[in-house]
Design a protein around this ligand. Structure first.
Ligand code: ADP
Ligand code: MG
Length: 312
């Protein structure tokens, strides 16, 4: 495209909250064949809520929720935020809580959380840290099996039921024992279905890629109308999925919200960071979709198509 065409398109993009990082980015988007969507925070609202917390141990509910929330308090992941929020509500409304005075709870800057040490986020798996000098693990089956935590059949069945209904089952182990499971739901963005249909009409193939388990992934994909799903993909694996699609020369776009998606955004021909995103993601992307609206994926491709046909 000519410098003028690039300037015009960049201006139109900016008006719609679509930041285009240069002429190269604008040029490539018109021939996109695949659009890979991250699930959490991209297709979904990233505003997860806990729908169930089931305890599989002697622990009482308040104690369980405090432990899990304390561990997740250091994580930026949408699942973590949902869990902390749920526990906060529980403590706010629970009359039997420690100090018996509910009047100033909540304003007390999370005074109910326990101190933790040695926190680490394990991308694609969950988190771990020490609380009360004991190891707590919060995450998926992979995290559990890597730490030799066995999942009893009745717990596995409970997790599967959550997954069949598009929820993520978050498993909690404390001091070497499986202590409970939380079900977390993260609704689709309202425009997700329409955007998937729109892409199909434009001859673009949507694909969903996620670190989440197969069962949840399939349930969500079905809801949104995407047939091609890749689940249980570790963050580095997302870039691998992209490279394999590029092998025949296809142009691949990746839409991600940032958390763990930077390698994939960089590997894609056209990386689109959606929402406020993280600084790293914005850096790795060719487009930044500021409004956090999936319709702007179509806006971006459209803009590129129009710019490039106009100059031919
Ligand atoms: P996605 O690809 O859907 O954005 P991620 O790669 O961020 O998912 O995470 C994959 C899976 O790892 C989650 O579905 C969850 O099971 C687990 N996980 C990641 N971070 C956390 C966390 N902070 N707490 C609990 N589980 C987590
Ligand atoms: Mg994500």
């Amino acid at each position: 495209a000519t410098p003028t065409a690039v300037m015009v398109a960049t201006g139109v993009g900016a008006t719609n909250g679509v930041l285009i990082k240069g002429g190269d980015a604008l040029e490539k988007a018109h021939k996109v064949k695949y659009v890979i969507f991250d699930k959490t925070g991209t297709l979904t609202q990233g505003k997860a809520t806990v729908t169930t917390a089931k305890i599989f141990s002697e622990m009482d509910r308040g104690e369980f929720l405090t432990l899990v929330a304390s561990a997740e308090a250091s994580s930026e992941h949408p699942l973590a935020k949902a869990i902390v929020e749920y526990a906060r509500h529980f403590h706010f409304f629970d009359e039997s809580a420690e100090d018996g005075d509910t009047s100033n709870k909540g304003s007390q800057n999370a005074g109910w959380l326990l101190d933790t040490t040695d926190f680490s986020a394990l991308p694609g798996k969950g988190i771990q840290c020490l609380v009360n000098n004991k190891l707590i693990l919060v995450g998926n089956r992979k995290l559990m099996s890597e730490n030799s935590i066995t999942i009893p059949d009745h717990v596995e069945k409970f997790v599967e039921e959550l997954e069949e209904s598009a929820k993520t089952g978050v498993i909690v182990a404390y001091s070497g024992q499986l202590v409970g499971v939380m079900g977390v739901a993260d609704p689709l963005k309202r425009e997700a279905n329409v955007v998937v249909e729109g892409l199909l009409r434009m001859g673009v193939r949507p694909i969903m890629v996620t670190g989440d388990n197969w069962r949840t992934a399939r349930a969500v994909a079905k809801e949104v109308g995407i047939e091609d799903v890749r689940a249980e993909v570790m963050p580095a694996g997302k870039a691998e999925v992209i490279r394999s699609l590029q092998k025949d020369g296809s142009t691949v776009a990746m839409v991600g919200d940032g958390i763990n998606d930077s390698p994939a955004l960089a590997a894609a021909d056209v990386g689109m960071a959606i929402g406020a995103g993280t600084d790293v993601a914005i850096e790795a992307a060719d487009y930044v979709l500021m409004r956090n609206n999936l319709e702007d994926v179509i806006t971006a491709i459209d803009l590129s198509r129009k710019t490039l046909t106009r100059i031919r």
